[in-house]
Write a protein that binds this ligand. Sequence first.
Ligand code: UD1
Length: 363
Amino acid sequence: MKKVHLIVGARPNFMKMAPLYKEFKKYPDEFEVKLIHTGQHYDERMSKFFFNDLQMPVPDEYLEVGSGTHGKQTARIIERYEEVLLADKPNLVIVAGDVNSTVACALDAVKLHIPVAHLEAGLRSFAKTMPEEVNRIMTDVISDYLLTPSPDADENLIKEGKPKDKIYFVGNIMIDSLVQYKHKAKESKILDEINVAPQDYALITLHRPSNVDSEAGLLTILNAFEEISKDVKLVFPIHPRTTKQIELFGLKEKVKNMKNLYLIPPAGYYDFLNLQMNAKFILTDSGGIQEESTYFGVPCLTLRPNTERPITIWEGTNQLVKLETSDIIRAAKKIIAGDLKKGKIPKYWDGHTAERIVQIFRS
Ligand code: UD1
């Protein structure tokens, strides 16, 4: 019997670990699987709502680390997860994505000589100013199993000198959850609740420190939203970090005065998928939404100078937009005028990634 720990901490981890958790549970004679939640995200809307929608059980361990500077948050996770590892001694730890919980738990495990698998390995934005890029690089360096979502990730790892026999192209696990819950998402009443119709709005998400932590950067983007909202409704489920920054810079009134901007609290998983599949287009700085919009075939404007998910541009509906008010407006107006980027769904974004992963560990 192999003991496996699955680590979650922040919102984008939940839809990646849920399918894996369920797949491991199909083999009760082979695996004892535990869900460890670091508590990096703790608001109900950032965590519990997702556990409910994704039909995940209460975590076996909840480390309650909360928010803090990178140093403090990462250190707290390292300290608390080490205690769990020492007591439980799993045979394998699986971490996902690029958040602080990912690198912290991987570091704990590797120092105790416990094998680590990194789900979503090999993605690179090549911008070390992003905390996520540092987390990705560090996690890949110390992981024993590099589970990649797309061939570009394999290439990045090979260029960095990672041995080929550590790299497994398994596909995009986030799409497993999407495929499983698409029908539930279709039943969501979120559009009625906020009073918008399908194709009648653009969906916004924004939370990257590089976009919201400086007043000038945030204003550049909000000024563009102001102009775009004259042509199309904007639905904006707002991340707690962004709410905090808007208040800090005294921009609350500006946002409130945009009458076509529908500001709503962070949405649950079904509601958010529904908002994506019915949007005319999406404006985002998220990683996962670039992928989900590609799956749905909805045009996506990514408000970043780079992406660690270039396949969403090569094959999908994504495009990068320069962080200038006029560039953002121009890109949005093109879509509103009907100039839509078409795409296809990349290989192994098929809803079967968790199965491929568990088969690796069964053998
Ligand atoms: C984190 C991840 C980011 C990911 C994002 C998804 C890192 C370095 N960043 O960014 O990669 O895209 O999650 O959402 O791991 N807060 C709350 N309630 C919460 C959580 C956070 O109010 O439940 C507020 C706190 O004021 C906190 C701030 O949001 O200081 C930022 O939270 P944090 O976890 O540090 O980073 P995110 O911006 O959420």
